[in-house]
Design a protein. Sequence first.
Length: 241
Amino acid sequence: MPLAAIDAVNWSAIPNPTGHDCDDPHRVAHALRLLTASTTANETGDAAGLLAGGGFVCGHAGMVFPAAYPATPILLDLVEHGRRPRIKDAALGLLSDALHLFPLAGLNRVDTPYGTNVPLCCAIARHIRTHRPAALLAHGRYGSRLLAEANLHWRLTLEETELRPDGGTTAIATLEGTPFPTPTEAELHTPPFAQPALPVRMDVLTTDASGAAFIRLGQTPPATAAPGSTLHPAECGLREH
């Protein structure tokens, strides 16, 4: 349930990018509780306005904040289970803002259960992709559009790799998201995940309907593109306000 999920987040551990009270992550938690419990159009609008005015996103400044990452699955629950249509619509609009706006410089990455230093937009998009997408599709064209946009923030997980004589790497991988044209620039995350991402060029991508993919990378240092490594769009790692 959303209220339990809100209480389970350690909001104190999330940075406040500006230091202003209006951007305090605890304010995000408070606004999420108000949105969840809202019973009138005014209450829903006020709660959504708090989230859109700082801490989660700041619409007039075009910024998204680190607290948007743990708030995303809570808003997705409200899209699916919100008690009133206005709550569902407000949650969907806030999620769209979080995916499109840019984070402050130096705060464009978050730590996740599957790796550290993940681009914030990619981490938010993965929540959206994996959190019962049928619920978004059932929400009409706006839900379908949000899911389609989340799929643009692709993620590749390497399963089998082979070093080529020219110093490049070929790999069998699993693709999450929408196939994309190559060549393209990507960032390579190699376990242990605390290591910084490595810029790489992806020359070939071939996929099937199951998400299985064959990829060919340009020159990579030995042992960096190991099984278990992941790739994200390089442009996402560069997004900052």
